[in-house]
Design a protein around this ligand. Structure first.
Ligand code: NAD
Ligand code: UDP
Length: 320
């Protein structure tokens, strides 16, 4: 049994990670300031004697004795990370410094949840880990993109300077149950719009592409990455290489929900990447992993989750 700290543990991915680690028999400290996470995601874990919930902001130092740290704390959707860009940079950078400092002091292994956004609007397709990216340092997305890039730098500085055991995963668009209904991400937006027969809002002409990975596949890979030998630092791309246009996604969601929604166009946000697809050769080789959930199957599960949420707590789905 290990003691594991999960920062951002009440968020979409963090809550699933806490579940998986508890199922494996570990002790889990879930640390979160509830900026975008919700107690609803981890409520069912509160009775587990191996689970502990700590309200804390990673931009302030935190101390605990643990064997491993998964650093997930950070708003992940454009709507949320652009709401307070200064706090987003602080969370990425000060949060990383605080967690790396802790890992160094207690000799813990630490994994950073980085992002495909480090590639920006990529000129290389599909994206390989060797690609350095095409990122605007002063745009709408910069607080997140550059914050995450700096966090990667910090992880490697601590690794090179202090021999810290670090792991970096670059996560591509992931979806599934426990996504926040109002975080504005494309999958949750389209599903909620479709279930309520509201217009489906495509930004731009819908020709931009994304590759969507189901939550459980992704979390499985994160745990596998943490369990690799110390020589494996990454970065390793994690995602589902199946690439779809946003228009294709909208049509699929309408088909699967049997919705009467119409597709409407809205302006494309600045610096919105035109295409994104992970090359997961490294993950396949190092982790013996590849996603097993096709988009249709994952969407069916996610639609069922939001259908239930709309029934149980329509107010929560309306908050914005
Ligand atoms: P999320 O917003 O659901 O979860 C983030 C969690 O971090 C929330 O619970 C939030 O309250 C918490 N948090 C934010 N700032 C904090 C702070 N200063 N101190 C403590 N807690 C804080 O997002 P998610 O999709 O679960 O993303 C988790 C991680 O994965 C993030 O680091 C994100 O950058 C990364 N990621 C996610 C995706 C994706 O598609 N979901 C893609 C790339 C990277
Ligand atoms: N998008 C869209 N309609 C929406 C929300 C998002 O067309 O209601 C588009 C968005 O412009 C982007 C893609 O879907 O091209 C994915 O957006 P998301 O915010 O989910 O993730 P990211 O842009 O960070 O990959």
């Amino acid at each position: 049994m290990k003691r594991i700290l999960v920062t951002g543990g009440s968020g979409f991915l963090g809550s699933r990670l806490c579940e998986v680690l508890l199922e494996r028999g570990d002790e889990v400290i879930c640390l979160d300031n509830f900026y975008t996470g919700t107690k609803r995601n981890i409520f069912h874990l509160l009775d587990n004697h191996r689970f502990e919930l700590v309200r804390h902001d990673v931009t302030f130092p935190y101390y605990s004795e643990v064997d491993e740290i998964y650093n997930l704390a950070c708003p992940a959707s454009p709507v949320h990370y652009q709401r307070d860009p200064v706090q987003t940079v602080k969370t990425c950078v000060h949060g990383a410094i605080n967690m790396l400092g802790l890992a160094k002091r207690i000799k813990a292994k630490i994994l950073q949840s980085s992002t495909s956004e480090v590639y920006g609007d990529p000129n290389v397709h599909p994206q390989v880990e060797e690609y350095w990216g095409n990122v605007n340092p002063i745009g709408m997305r910069s607080c997140y993109d550059e914050g995450k890039r700096c966090a990667e730098t910090l992880f490697f500085c601590y690794h090179m300077q202090c021999s810290l055991r670090v792991k970096i995963v670059r996560i591509f668009n992931t979806y599934g149950p426990n996504m926040h209904p109002n975080d504005g991400r494309v999958v949750s937006n389209f599903i909620l719009q479709a279930l309520q027969n509201k217009d489906i809002t495509i930004f731009g002409d819908g020709s931009q592409t994304r590759s969507f990975c189901y939550r459980d596949d992704l979390v499985d890979a994160m745990v596998k990455m943490m369990d690799t030998p110390d020589s494996v630092t990454g970065p390793v791309n994690l995602g589902n290489p199946g690439e779809f246009t946003i228009l294709q996604l909208a049509k699929l969601v309408i088909e699967l929900t049997g919705s009467k929604s119409k597709i409407v166009q809205r302006p494309l946000p600045a610096d919105d990447p035109k295409q994104r697809q992970p090359d997961i050769t490294r993950a396949r080789e190092l982790l013996n992993w590849q996603p097993s959930t096709p988009l249709k199957e994952g969407l069916v599960k996610t639609i069922a989750y939001f259908e239930q949420l709309l029934k149980d707590d329509p107010e929560f789905c309306r908050e914005g």
